[in-house]
Ligand binder design. Structure first.
Ligand code: NAP
Length: 241
């Protein structure tokens, strides 16, 4: 039986959002919710169920994204008959520490979530994205352009993610899939709390971007007119740049 919060999706563009349980991904869901059918991806089933219940047309996609077999099985179970209008890759992790401090496990989990999982999920979604001439949005970071001490692993993964989006954009040109890289500065989310703790700095939420502001930029990318691709967006908090 179709749960009451799932409206017939054929009338709405379908977008899959990773990291939908929290932070930027959750804000993207709130922004797109009124006129999209959303596939809310994450690991926290209760949080996703609660969010889906608040939205007019949504379903949940519970997956640990580094488990590629489980993720592919979950994609195969989706009904993407009309194609997929977009995927927003917001799931990500922050690994901090000096090169001296980071071990191989740190490097591997950082790249597994921030790069490999993004590519693998996109790969299994490509047929549906091509069918709908969809849009891939990678939530990158200012760290995808600049690296700092104790940020080598995170920045390396975001540089790699930027390289991945550039390559995919070119590869998918003949298939009509457009690819965007969105680079926020500091955003007021759990990840920013983690970062400020690692930096031993005060948490000054009023100086950071709101997740809703980044979500609006992502929504703009997804809603760009058919003939355009917004290849990159660099969005920074006015107070601190
Ligand atoms: N916050 C910032 O200042 C900032 C700035 C620039 C770029 N970004 C980027 O923006 C994106 C979103 O960040 P955020 O601040 O919204 O982060 P967040 O609040 O920490 O949320 C991270 C999200 O990623 C999900 N996730 C992490 N590992 C996962 C895995 N292995 N499998 C499935 N889901 C996983 C989490 O799911 P669970 O709830 O299950 O843990 C959560 O939904 C990230 O790519 C981040 O690098 C953030």
């Amino acid at each position: 039986m179709t749960p009451s919060h799932i409206a017939p999706r054929t009338t709405r563009p379908v977008v899959l959002i990773t990291g939908a349980s929290r932070g930027i991904g959750r804000a993207v869901a709130a922004d797109l919710g009124p006129d999209h059918h959303l596939i809310l991806a994450g690991r926290d089933e209760r949080a996703l169920d609660a969010l889906a219940a608040e939205l007019p047309s949504a379903e949940t996609f519970v997956a640990e994204l580094t488990d590629h077999a489980a993720t592919a099985a979950a994609v195969a179970a989706l009904d993407l008959g009309e194609g997929l209008s977009g995927v927003v890759h917001s799931a990500g992790i922050l690994v901090t520490g000096s090169v001296e401090e980071l071990d191989t496990a740190d490097w591997e989990r950082n790249f597994a979530v921030n790069v490999t999982a993004v590519s693998e999920l996109t790969r299994v979604l490509l047929p549906a994205l091509r069918a709908a001439r969809g849009t891939v949005v990678a939530v990158n970071s200012g760290a995808g352009y600049n690296s700092k001490g104790k940020r080598s692993a995170y920045s390396a993964s975001k540089f790699a993610l930027r390289a991945w989006t550039d390559a995919l954009r070119q590869e998918e040109l003949p298939h009509g899939v457009r690819v965007s890289s969105v680079h926020p500065g500091r955003v007021d989310t759990d990840m920013q709390h983690e970062l400020r703790a690692a930096e031993s700095g005060d948490y000054e939420s009023e100086k950071y971007l709101r997740p809703e502001t980044v979500a609006a930029a992502i929504s703009y990318v997804l809603r760009a007119p058919e003939e355009a691709v917004i290849a990159t967006i660099d969005i920074r908090p006015r107070a601190i740049g």
